[in-house]
Write a protein that binds this ligand. Structure first.
Ligand code: AMP
Ligand code: FES
Ligand code: ZN
Ligand code: ZN
Length: 311
């Protein structure tokens, strides 16, 4: 297989684009495409102050690398979840983020859940009804709260995450299987801040396959954590990813078409919100963030020291 641009040996063949590229041209192509998506979905401009949520995995570190190369002002945020899983998961992922920041002279903000809120994710999952046996739900809630809080308090105008096409297609698949209208309406490459307490969110990698990001990180020499979160084993999204991979194997491009035709259908009004659906948001009395959950937002309720669930 030869590179379409220069005829040298190709390192990757993207069947869905009928495009094979050599290392040099691939490392050029990914940032160019990312820039195209940033503009197409009006994610942000060079004037924005960007906060990149980095997990230590390939996608978010590759994203930070790409944004930095494209000349954007992008600082990193790492949230220490206190997950060990016998592999030192959180410690190793922090090390990868710090290493990357140091090598590129970039600023990394670290929020450690245990030292700032008193509990790790496994501890919160143990003590709260929401997380019983399901750390991922407690974890998602905590990450969303902290990401928005840091972005808002520190004057960032946009928060970006490393979600790739496989992530987005799997979530879309789950939401579609259950026709979850509210989630379908909100799933988008960019989510405008719908309240003064919320920060705009964007997913610049949402059109890249997971294998494309893995190839980018490897070819770029980015050191990242290979392990998945130990709690992700058996998660529904992993199963959906497998199902979609089977489809993709037989029909190259199926995953991308599924996601892009969803975005198109949305654009055409298929998922327009019913008029009565505008939910009232109030400000949490503890952290000040918008919530629909009452006086305290769900995160603050969960981390309240005296919060105990009857067992
Ligand atoms: P995940 O929810 O693990 O699939 O990760 C999706 C995205 O959320 C990643 O690409 C990161 O941008 C962000 N993220 C996940 N874990 C963390 C973390 N511990 N700290 C900061 N950002 C994270
Ligand atoms: Fe949060 Fe796994 S439980 S990353
Ligand atoms: Zn080439
Ligand atoms: Zn709160």
């Amino acid at each position: 297989m030869k590179c379409r641009k220069c005829g040298q040996k190709a390192v990757i063949n993207m069947r869905q684009h009928k495009l094979a590229l050599c290392k040099e041209h691939y490392l050029e192509w990914i940032p160019q495409q990312t820039q195209r998506f940033i503009e197409k979905y009006r994610m942000f401009t060079p004037e924005d102050r960007i906060l990149v949520a980095v997990s230590g995995g390939k996608d978010s570190l590759a994203l930070w690398d790409i944004l930095h190369r494209l000349g954007y002002q992008a600082d990193g945020l790492y949230i220490g979840l206190g997950i060990d899983g016998g592999i030192g998961y959180s410690a190793e992922s922090l090390r990868c983020c710090q290493n990357f920041a140091q090598q590129h002279g970039l600023k990394l903000r670290v929020v450690d859940l245990k030292s700032e809120f008193g509990h790790t994710i496994p501890e919160l999952a143990q003590k709260s009804a929401r997380g019983r046996g399901k750390p991922c739900s407690v974890c998602g809630l905590s990450k969303r709260n902290i990401m928005n809080r840091v972005a808002r308090e520190e004057g960032y105008t946009v928060l970006v995450t490393g979600h790739n096409l496989d992530d987005e297609a799997a979530v879309l698949f789950g939401n579609t299987l259950n026709w979850l209208g509210g989630y379908l309406r909100r799933q988008s490459p960019v989510l405008e801040a719908s309240h003064p307490g919320l920060v705009r969110k964007a997913k610049p990698l949402c059109r890249f396959y997971e294998r494309e990001m893995a190839a980018y990180a490897l070819l770029r020499g980015i050191e990242y954590i290979y392990d998945e979160c130990p709690h992700a084993v058996g998660a529904k999204t992993i199963y959906y990813k497998e199902v979609l991979n089977r489809l993709e194997a037989e029909r190259p491009g199926a995953k991308l078409r599924f996601y892009l035709s969803f975005l198109q259908a949305k654009e055409e009004g298929l998922f327009a919100p019913p008029e009565k659906e505008t939910q009232e948001l109030t400000s949490c009395v503890s952290c000040g963030q918008p919530t629909t959950a009452g006086e305290l937002c769900s995160f603050c309720r969960m981390v309240e020291k005296d919060y105990a669930v009857s067992r």
